[in-house]
Design a protein around this ligand. Structure first.
Ligand SMILES: C[S@@+](CC[C@H](N)C(=O)[O-])C[C@H]1O[C@@H](n2cnc3c(N)ncnc32)[C@H](O)[C@@H]1O
Length: 214
């Protein structure tokens, strides 16, 4: 993976040299340009800095990204999977406008205006992928993630879901919510490969990396 990690700093090799996406700093190393990846803005950066080790995104990887927003994390996956492709799904037209501008500069991302809880509506637009990434911060997000995994994940692919306990139930202890969502994933036939908490970057969040059980 073309990721630079040193101490608490993480960066990706910039596939659009000279261009920033969200105001991040650029730097050069060994004649290559990198973009700093802000773990306070991207849960995937936070997960990597907190020790996520089994998710190696290949240069040719294809990803379905649920909850792309304006493309902060999507842009870093686009750097890593530079010869791959990202279907970036988002249901807010306001965020979509910015996401479309990002896609104009990065040909390995396709924006899709759609609802992650209704995957059959974009069945004709998305092919099978190596990675499904879910960060929609909604109460029913684990169900939406499972439905998308069942429809779009290649047999050997990985899924990653970022769970914010307060989006599911503000009155429950985060640990209880995490256990409940983990149980749901296991009952639906998925194996938890890794779980990583996202503090100090994100409070009461956990990242589950999952695979199909055969
Ligand atoms: C926490 S933000 C995502 C941040 C983004 N993943 C990043 O790291 O750059 C959650 C996003 O999910 C979107 N969202 C929420 N529910 C959704 C749904 N059912 N389908 C598609 N997008 C959804 C929201 O509009 C919001 O942009």
């Amino acid at each position: 993976m073309n990721i630079y990690i040193k101490d608490s700093e993480i960066a990706t090799e910039n596939i659009v040299p000279g261009k920033r996406v969200y105001g991040e700093q650029l730097f050069e190393k060994d004649n290559l340009e990198y973009r700093f990846w802000n773990p306070n803005r991207s849960k995937l950066a936070a997960a990597y800095l907190n020790g996520l080790e089994s998710l190696n995104i290949a240069e040719q990887s294809e990803t379905l990204y649920l909850g792309a927003s304006t493309g902060t994390t999507v842009s870093h996956i686009s750097d890593i999977a530079k010869d791959g492709f990202i279907y970036a799904l988002e249901f807010s037209p306001v965020s979509m406008r910015k996401l479309v501008r990002l896609c104009e500069k990065r040909p390995n991302i396709a924006p899709i205006l759609g609802d992650a809880t209704k995957p059959k509506k974009y069945l004709n637009l998305v092919s099978k992928v190596d990675l499904i990434y879910c960060d929609v911060a909604q109460p029913n997000q684990t169900d939406a993630f499972i439905d998308n995994m069942n429809l779009f994940l290649k047999e050997e692919g990985f899924g990653i879901i970022m769970i914010k306990s307060r989006s599911i139930d503000v009155n429950q202890k985060p640990q209880k919510i995490f256990k409940q969502e983990e149980k749901k994933l296991k009952e639906k036939g998925f194996k938890i490969v890794e779980k990583v908490k996202l503090e100090p970057y994100e409070k009461d969040h956990i990242c589950f990396l999952v695979k199909n059980i055969f």
